[in-house]
Design a protein around this ligand. Structure first.
Ligand code: ANZ
Ligand code: ZN
Length: 833
């Protein structure tokens, strides 16, 4: 029976159906088997998968299939990060419910993923917007609340005075409302926070446990985000009053150079400081301007430094000098104490500020090179702050001290009078999880006038998002206006009460989905702990670098918080992390806004899923950027055709010559093919195992196919088993990359097994041994020829043959041979003079 031409569309659906029916990717926890958990970051169901997804999931699929063939019990799940703003916007546009749009998109995207032949255990699929899912995070919220890991506090939100509504960060464009272009303000509202800062130290310390499995770059980003800094809190008194202001500084050694003070616009003392000052209103105006600034811009390095004098002074505790107090736009209330002792000579921001407002600059740290010469840094020569280490000057008793040592000495000195203490500060802030949005998981809290904020009793979960809500055209959440949702009875006193209408940040859902996959259909509990014990940690996590900080940090925090609330036993969720590179087109990021998107569906229609997968895995190593290329996918398709034709051509021979018993090739050509076959196994295995170098693994298979083309006619009659064995190997090791075509050809060859369930082959080291090796011959270190000698020939024999070479004789003529060095299988060097 002829197998005909390669038509991917004829075979891909067929194999997807077979895999599904056989349930070969459906796994259960089985402590008798070694497990492997491969996870790709679950997508937001925007409607269409893009090439970035295809890349992410193809990488994961090769790992999953490879590890499964290696004998592991592999879990490979998929789901949907399904809450979020785009669904709300689509609902406003279509006058429908965000659920409709979301579920339709999920169906469409699931179908697209299925067309790519990924080895998911679809029984474990989760969609985070389903009550069966978010029910459990409402439970976690309550448990965290019980444990004091959740609290409520006043915090600024983006407020649009035009629309009279809260805006998500994504709805603020350059400080303006996306809808009405009004200037966005910051307004304080009561919101819910997760106490992630309680875990700051553990989150930081445990990064050291991940240093083998995570990219260094991501570890660094996490460290910086947590931002632990050692410093001191110093106390300054306000002139003419008994008030005190604490500052946080990492440079107590520079205190003699503190010439003014900067406080945040939100600093609680501002009103007291400006009391009685004739320009108090100007200060108030400045304060409100700064408070309304975009929070992100305010923290940026390139922010134009601005400030205003408050009319008040404080006193430098060591110099007695009066320091004017300013409100400055770059001082953040959320960091340290919200007040800074400004040392313009040694801090760049303070230097810029002092220059602008003509404030005094006092050098107190002398650069070592100047100090050696007996000079002192002159302010007049400074065009920027001197922030490096040095020797203290103009610092009273501390003069001449190295500044590092002076840090401790000065704090100890101040501590004596209660004016200073060593502290640790983190950049990390508690996580605000309140969103004033509709399409998110309701926060399970009830407000009662008599009892205050009361947790929803567990047996009332889930608090479902109403299905009859209409998205509002002004973009506001419909929840606060829905009596049926809002009105309820207080669980404590039974009186009339109101439900919380804020929903949870969508990062909440993505912080634990990898746990739910382990027991996704459990209706009685978030999961059975034994299953988590078996599957966790995720062995290989794969996703985009854009999630290097927040998502990974939140998921790590959740793991620890769920451990401490008794839900799991793990400290860290993800053992190995791979961040795949971006997919580029014409050197730029492939993106809708650039209009350079290549639609995976169109590629599958044209070239098939296998060619699409093959190209994307072949074009670059997974962590590098990948440039989309039409010729590239064309080439992938041609290679698959070539493989197909090879099998087609040899079909009759191969069906009879079963490779299983083949170990003893007769001819040279057969021997060499066998060597190539085992070399391929060795290389592919090594390349996938080490750093997932799929591109070189695929190149190795291509070489094997080339070799097969070269010898097939010669071996067709004489050694069909050699051909059969090599082809079986090519199909087996290529199958994780291009599973459909490999399964089809495997079947064509008469196998009644499935490649998906085949064991990964092991290479036979003896097949790699060469009969002959090439040895370089040198005279006095200069290459004079090359010799083919038997592999591992005795040194004396090799030396003898080398000495007989014409070119060698010529070069040692008239000289005495002093020494002959033989490096087995490599080199003969003859020393003569
Ligand atoms: C005096 C000083 C002198 C400072 C000097 C630096 C250099 P990191 O390293 O990021 O922790 N600072 C303190 N609180 C601040 C706030 N709320 N907003 C803006 N800046 C603040 O930075 C700590 C330093 O940032 C502190 O040390 C303080 O300036 C400033 F030569 O104090 B320093
Ligand atoms: Zn009550």
């Amino acid at each position: 029976m002829a197998i005909g031409k390669y038509h991917p569309e004829k075979i891909e659906g067929k194999w997807q159906e077979i895999w599904k029916k056989s349930g070969c990717f459906e796994v259960e926890a089985d402590p008798a088997k070694p497990k492997y958990y491969v996870l790709e970051m679950f997508p937001y169901p925007s409607g269409k998968i893009h090439m970035g997804h295809v890349r992410n999931y193809s990488i994961g699929d090769v790992v999953a299939r490879f590890m499964s063939m290696r004998g592991y019990n592999v879990m490979h799940p998929m789901g949907w990060d399904a809450f979020g703003l785009p669904a709300e916007n689509a609902a406003i546009k279509n006058n429908s419910h965000p659920a409709e749009w979301t579920y339709a998109n999920i169906d469409e995207m699931r179908e697209q993923l299925q067309r790519l032949g990924y080895s998911y255990d679809w029984r474990r699929e989760v969609a985070s917007c389903r009550p069966e899912y978010y029910k459990w995070e409402q439970l976690f919220f309550l448990k965290f609340l019980e444990k004091g890991l959740v609290y409520r506090k006043n915090s600024p939100v983006n407020w649009c005075p035009g629309c009279n509504t809260v805006l998500a960060n994504e709805q603020v464009e350059e400080g303006l409302c996306w809808r009405c272009d009004a200037e966005v303000e910051q307004k304080d509202m009561e919101q819910w926070f997760l106490r992630i800062t309680d875990y700051a130290d553990e989150l930081l310390a445990d990064l050291n446990k991940l240093d083998k499995g995570w990219p260094e770059r991501v570890l660094t980003m996490q460290r910086n985000w947590i931002g632990k800094s050692y410093g001191a809190e110093l106390t300054f008194s306000v002139k003419g009053s008994d008030r005190k202001i604490d500052v946080f500084t990492t440079r107590p050694d520079t205190i003699y150079g503190a010439t003014f003070m900067s406080v945040a616009a939100e600093h609680p003392m501002v009103e007291e400081l400006i009391e009685g000052y004739e320009k108090a209103d100007e200060v108030r105006e400045f304060v409100s301007k700064v408070r309304n600034m975009d929070r992100i811009k305010r923290g940026a390095d390139d922010l134009e430094k601005e400030g205003i004098f408050t009319g008040a002074y404080c006193v430098n505790p060591v110099t007695g000098r009066e320091m004017p107090i300013y409100v400055a736009n770059f001082v953040l209330m959320a960091y340290g104490t919200g007040a800074v002792m400004a040392v313009p000579a040694h801090d760049q921001r303070d230097f810029e500020f002092a220059t602008k407002y003509e404030l005094p600059v006092q050098v107190v740290i002398n650069p070592p090179e100047l100090h050696e010469k007996g000079d002192v840094l002159d302010v007049a020569d400074m065009s920027e702050a001197y922030a490096d280490p040095g020797i203290l000057v103009n610092s009273g008793d501390f003069d001449g001290m190295e500044n590092e040592a002076a840090k401790k000495a000065i704090v100890e000195h101040l501590d004596g009078s209660g004016l200073g203490r060593m502290t640790v500060n983190y950049r990390l802030r508690d996580w605000n999880v309140s969103r004033q949005r509709f399409w998110g998981a309701p926060i399970p809290v009830i407000y009662c006038d008599a009892c205050g904020a009361v947790p929803v009793p567990e047996d009332q979960l889930p608090i479902k998002l109403p299905e009859d809500a209409q998205a509002r055209s002004d973009g506001k959440s419909p929840l606060p206006g829905m009596d049926s949702f809002v009105n309820c009875d207080c669980p404590q006193c039974g009186g009339k009460a109101r439900r919380e209408t804020d929903t949870l940040d969508t990062f909440f859902e993505s912080s634990w989905y990898f746990l739910r996959y382990c027991d996704a259909r459990n209706d009685d509990a978030p999961w059975d702990k034994e299953k988590i014990d078996y599957w966790l940690p995720v062995d290989q996590y794969i996703g985009g670098i854009e999630h290097a900080i927040l998502h990974l940090l939140y998921a790590r925090f959740f793991t620890k918080a769920l451990r401490d609330t008794g839900f799991i036993n793990n400290d860290e969720p993800f053992e190995h992390l791979l961040t795949q590179g971006m997919v580029l087109k014409d050197g730029g990021k492939m993106s809708k806004s650039k209009g350079n998107v290549v639609d995976p569906n169109a590629m599958i229609n044209h070239y098939g899923a296998d060619a699409t997968r093959l190209f994307i895995l072949f074009a670059a190593p997974p962590v590098k950027e990948l440039e989309w290329s039409d010729q590239g996918i064309e080439g992938a398709y041609r290679f698959l055709n070539r493989l197909w034709r090879l099998v087609e051509d040899l079909q009759d021979v191969l069906q009879q010559a079963k490779p299983a018993s083949f170990t003893d090739p007769a001819s040279e050509a057969a021997k060499s093919l066998r060597r190539k076959e085992h070399e391929t196994i060795k290389r592919v295995t090594h390349d996938i195992e080490n750093h997932f170098q799929f591109n070189t693994a695929i190149a190795a298979v291509m070489e094997l196919v080339n070799e097969l083309y070269g010898v097939k006619d010669e071996l067709r009659e004489s050694a069909p088993q050699a051909l059969s064995s090599a082809i079986a190997t090519a199909l087996t090791v290529l199958s994780p990359v291009a599973p459909h075509i490999c399964e089809e050809l495997w079947e064509t060859l008469g196998h009644d097994t499935r490649l998906a369930e085949q064991a990964w082959p092991a290479h036979d080291e003896s097949a790699l041994v060469l009969d002959e090796v090439t040895v370089v011959v040198q005279v006095n270190g200069k290459v004079r020829g090359k010799l083919n000698v038997p592999n591992n020939a005795p040194k004396d024999d090799v030396e003898k043959i080398a000495m007989e070479q014409e070119n060698v004789i010529k070069h040692i003529e008239g000289k005495t041979v002093r020494k002959v060095i033989v490096v087995p299988n490599k080199l003969v060097n003859i020393v003569a003079n």
